[in-house]
Design a binder for this molecule. Structure first.
Ligand code: ZN
Length: 334
C-alpha cells in the first residue's frame, strides 16, 4: 500500500458513496441487498458510477459487494454457485470501469509518452468490499455493533469465510473490510485472513459515532491494534462517520500503528435505520466536508475519500484539495 500511495503522489483518493449515486441514476435500493441488488438488475449502472469516480480523481474504487453475501443471495433463492458468481461480478464490473477509464485516457492523449505519464500519476486499485455481519442483517446493527451474545467469533468467521475466499480470487487488488462496528468482527477478519492464507492485502475500516470509540463502544485503539498486528492488513482507518469526528480518530489510530491511515467519512447526515433513510443532522453540521481534508492529511491520513451521501463532486473536490496541497509542499521542499 505504501508503494501504491507513493506512485499516486504521496496520497491516494478513495471513491465516494455508491448507493447514493445509484439512486440518483434511478436505481431503487429499498431491498435488504441494497446496492448489491443492482448486480442483478443493472450492472451497467454500477460500472458507470465507478467510472464517474475515476474521472473525478479516485485512485481506489470499491466494488458493489458491501451487502452482497452468499447468505443474503440464498435467502433470495439464488444457489451458492450463482451467489459466488455475483460476488466475482461485483469486482469484474469495477475492473471493467478501470479498463474503460484507461482506454479513454489513451484516446484523449495523442502522445504515448505523455499518456504513460498520466497513467503513472493515476494508478487505480480495485477494492473488494466486505460489509459487516450487521450489514447483512440489514437491521442497522452495523451502526450499533451490538450483535448479541449468541454471535461469537466463530459465528462471524463462518459467516464471512467463503465470501472472503471468493473475493480474494476475484482479481481485486485488495479486500476493503468496511464499516467494522466492533472489536469482535475485526478479530474475526484478522483470524480469517491468516487461517485462509489470503494472498491479497486488506484494509480495516471502522465506524464511530462519538469520535473516541467504534460504534459498539469498543475503543478505537484496541480495534486499530488488531489491524496493526495482522500482517495482511496494509491500511487502517475510519469510514461512514461524520467528518467532525475524523481528526481525533486519526490521532488515536496513529498512536497504535505506523500503517497508512485511510478515512472516508459520510456527509455528516445520520442514517435512520428504522426508516432506512438519511436525515439531516441537528446540532453541528458538517457542511464544508472538503475544508477538513488538508487537516486530515496533516494529521496522518494518506488515503482519503467519501462514504454515504458523498458524490463524484465531493471526490473531485478532495482530489483537488490534496493535489494543490502536495504541489505547494513540493514547492516548499525544492
Ligand atoms: Zn457509509
Amino acid at each position: 500500500m505504501t508503494d501504491f500511495i507513493g506512485k499516486c503522489g504521496g496520497y491516494a483518493v478513495i471513491d465516494g458513496g455508491l448507493a447514493t449515486e445509484l439512486e440518483r441514476h434511478g436505481a431503487n435500493l429499498n431491498d435488504p441487498l441494497w446496492s448489491a441488488k443492482c448486480l442483478v438488475t443493472s450492472p451497467q449502472l454500477i460500472r458507470r458510477v465507478h467510472l464517474d469516480y475515476l474521472e473525478a480523481g479516485a485512485n481506489i474504487i470499491i466494488s458493489s459487494s458491501y451487502q452482497a453475501t452468499l447468505q443474503g443471495f440464498e435467502a433470495k433463492g439464488l444457489s451458492r454457485v450463482e451467489g459466488e458468481a455475483l460476488l466475482r461480478k461485483s469486482v469484474e464490473i469495477a475492473c471493467e470501469a478501470r479498463e474503460i477509464y484507461y482506454s479513454r485516457d489513451a484516446k484523449v492523449s495523442s502522445a504515448v509518452i505523455e499518456n504513460r505519464e498520466n497513467l503513472k500519476q493515476h494508478p487505480v486499485f480495485v477494492g473488494a468490499s466486505v460489509g459487516s455481519y450487521g450489514a447483512y442483517l440489514a437491521d442497522g446493527s452495523e451502526y450499533s455493533g451490538i450483535y448479541g451474545d449468541a454471535v461469537t467469533l466463530e459465528t462471524l468467521k463462518d459467516f464471512h469465510r467463503r465470501r472472503v475466499q471468493v473475493l480474494a480470487e476475484s482479481g481485486a487488488d485488495l479486500i476493503a473490510f468496511e464499516t467494522i462496528p466492533n472489536k469482535l468482527e475485526a478479530k474475526a477478519y484478522a483470524e480469517l485472513l491468516q487461517e485462509e492464507d489470503i494472498k491479497i492485502p486488506a484494509w480495516f475500516s471502522f465506524n464511530s459515532k462519538d469520535g473516541t470509540n467504534v460504534v459498539s463502544g469498543d475503543s478505537i485503539s484496541e480495534c486499530a491494534s488488531i489491524a496493526d498486528s495482522c500482517k495482511q492488513v496494509v491500511a487502517v482507518g475510519i469510514n461512514c462517520t461524520p467528518p467532525r469526528f475524523i481528526h481525533g480518530l486519526i490521532q488515536a489510530i496513529r498512536e497504535v500503528t505506523a500503517k497508512p491511515i485511510l478515512i472516508y467519512p459520510n456527509s455528516g447526515e445520520t442514517y435512520d435505520a428504522d426508516r432506512k433513510e438519511w436525515v439531516q443532522s441537528t446540532g453541528v453540521v458538517d457542511e464544508d466536508f472538503v475544508s477538513y481534508v488538508g487537516k486530515w492529511y496533516e494529521a496522518g491520513a494518506s488515503l482519503i475519500g467519501g462514504c454515504c451521501r458523498t458524490t463524484p463532486n465531493t471526490i473531485r473536490a478532495i482530489s483537488k484539495a490534496l493535489s494543490s496541497r502536495s504541489s505547494s509542499v513540493t514547492t516548499l521542499e525544492f
